[in-house]
Design a protein around this ligand. Structure first.
Ligand code: 48N
Length: 327
């Protein structure tokens, strides 16, 4: 039985090294590949004279790998250079922090940096409660949803956004689109604190590291020193006291700058949201605390899966920060 040339070369005792393939064979291979490509673009295997697939002629323009590396690294390190001195640093890009940053971004010529230890900003606002997707926002906070262009179903005293991600994605794109600089996968490990002439301490910036270093690296490597961003005001919005939350007020406590940190009280939906908004404040000169992190300091109750207070608390934190900057 006559073996085809390719089959026979595969069966011969001494396999033919690829570079020895004859010109004819390589031509055949290229034609085969080309033909396979065209057949792959056919309809149900029947070869079409000119593949009607609109993507068949799609081609990207050329690029060199170093161009991609430089496009990323140059911009990232330029940003670190520019924001080494910021007007406001917002710690924690959850619903309160994002709202605060968005509000501040409306002020012209204000350098706002946002530090988020997760790769993904948004904190707890990607879902409603217990992994269910709808988000409840009590009136009058629905006015904020109107402003950022998020649809909702009106239920009378409150509204329901069909999926919480609609709010979080709108907030992220508005804040970043307005010039807020987000440093995600970056954790705040400590605060910069200076003594003022009055003798009172003032928060004057944040100490940061890659989140993987802060969360997993310090125990395994000696001396993975951090970076620093100086800023005129710091807004703490790192959420309530979970394993990673409330990090700024916990630092204030162990520096003795706040007496006690009672932690948030048990859930009381009606009382909680007004309490969080009412107590959002400049806890120490230069440090405004908002969102659920303020409940750690004031003992305000938690509210569970309603988010209006996060937006209004973030707006109030922006108002306090702007006022302290004379804006
Ligand atoms: O969403 P969170 O945790 O915090 P808030 O205050 O923006 O919103 C709280 C809200 O989601 C609720 O908890 C709801 C209303 N439920 C209340 C209740 O009763 O249970 O966002 C905080 C963000 C997160 O993205 C963290 O990853 C980040 O802060 N973060 C940090 N980022 C940088 N450095 C840190 N040290 C740090 N710690 C936390």
């Amino acid at each position: 039985m006559m073996l085809s040339s390719s089959l026979s070369s595969m069966r011969s005792t001494k396999p033919k090294p690829a570079m020895m393939m004859s010109k004819k064979a390589t031509m055949g291979l290229q034609q085969q590949r080309h033909r396979a490509g065209r057949i792959a673009a056919t309809n149900h295997g029947k070869e079409v004279a000119d593949a009607s697939d609109p993507f068949d002629t799609h081609r990207f323009l050329p690029i060199k790998e170093h161009q991609v590396s430089r496009a990323m690294s140059r911009r990232y390190f330029d940003d670190l250079d520019v924001y080494a001195e910021s007007d406001v640093v917002v710690v924690g890009a959850g619903s309160a922090g994002l709202t605060c940053a968005y509000e501040l971004s409306k002020l012209p010529n204000l350098k706002v940096a946002m530090i988020e230890q997760n790769v993904a900003p948004g904190g707890g606002a990607w879902l409603g409660g217990q992994l269910m997707s709808a988000m409840v926002v009590r009136k009058p906070a629905h006015h904020f949803l109107n402003e950022i262009g998020v649809q909702y179903e009106d239920e009378g005293d409150y509204v329901v956004v069909p999926h919480a991600a609609m709010v979080t994605s709108a907030l992220i794109s508005k804040a970043l689109g307005n010039g807020v600089k987000l440093f995600n996968a970056t954790a705040v490990e400590d605060l910069v604190i200076r003594e003022q002439e009055s003798g009172k301490p003032r928060v004057a910036g944040v100490v940061t590291n890659w989140a993987t270093v802060t969360l997993y690296g310090h125990e395994t490597q000696s001396c993975m020193d951090p970076n620093v961003l100086e800023s005129k005001v710091v807004v703490a919005s790192t959420g309530h006291d979970g394993p990673l939350g409330a990090s700024c007020v916990k630092r204030l406590r162990n520096l003795g700058l706040v007496e006690n940190v009672p932690g948030m009280a048990a859930l009381d939906m009606n009382a909680a949201e007004d309490a969080v908004v009412r107590t959002t404040s400049e806890v120490v000169d230069g440090l405004v605390v908002c969102g659920m992190e303020i409940a750690e300091v004031t003992g305000a109750p938690r509210m569970g899966p309603t988010f209006g207070a996060m937006f209004v608390s973030g707006q109030k934190a922006a108002y306090i920060a702007a006022k302290s900057l004379g804006r």
